[in-house]
Design a protein around this ligand. Structure first.
Ligand SMILES: [Zn+2]
Length: 175
């Protein structure tokens, strides 16, 4: 079930475009005519975020603490291709986007048309129809950029996370 009313947009995200009352993350892919493809990622912005330590949601530099949103299957590798987020941006993302919030029982089944500059969302194509995985918030002071299967990724191998918390749907995300 999706909340009928979108969550309030934090002041730190007020510069982002909105669609249907939801702030559009900075790394969200866009079509040539300017439409946002929710869930699909702009490959160039993703790499910029990883390399320059920018937040994937608001596009601004990280502060002292940052969060990686990770699927259960990503945890053993201690790395993810998704850029890190500010804690505030993490809280908004969990409230605003049902996939990370785990509110959908299954991934979407509608494919999106993407070009070569776009990275398909986690829900396609191999995972289409598969049960949704649990997500975790991994709190860090920093990460190293590695190359994983030819793509840049954020890794915390060799350092101890501040904490790893399952994303809890019944309690608000808090720092
Ligand atoms: Zn941010």
């Amino acid at each position: 079930m999706i909340d009928p009313k979108p969550p309030g947009i934090p002041l730190s995200m007020a510069h982002l475009p909105t669609v249907g009352g939801l702030a559009v993350p900075w790394i969200t892919a866009r079509t040539g005519d300017g439409r946002h493809l929710f869930g699909a990622v702009d490959a160039d912005r993703k790499d910029q975020a990883l390399l320059r330590r920018l937040c994937g949601v608001c596009g601004r530099r990280h502060d002292e603490r940052l969060v990686l949103l990770m699927r259960l299957s990503d945890l053993p590798r201690q790395s993810t291709a998704e850029p890190a987020l500010h804690p505030t941006c993490t809280a908004y993302t969990i409230a605003a986007y049902p996939m990370v919030g785990g509110r959908l029982d299954h991934y979407r089944t509608t494919p999106q048309v993407l070009d070569s500059t776009m990275i398909p969302p986690a829900d396609s194509p191999a995972r289409r129809g598969a049960p949704a995985e649990p997500w975790f918030a991994v709190w860090l002071r920093g990460y190293t950029v590695i190359t994983d299967h030819g793509a840049l990724a954020a890794s915390y191998a060799g350092s101890t996370p501040l904490r790893i918390r399952p994303i809890n749907l019944t309690a608000p995300f808090s720092a």
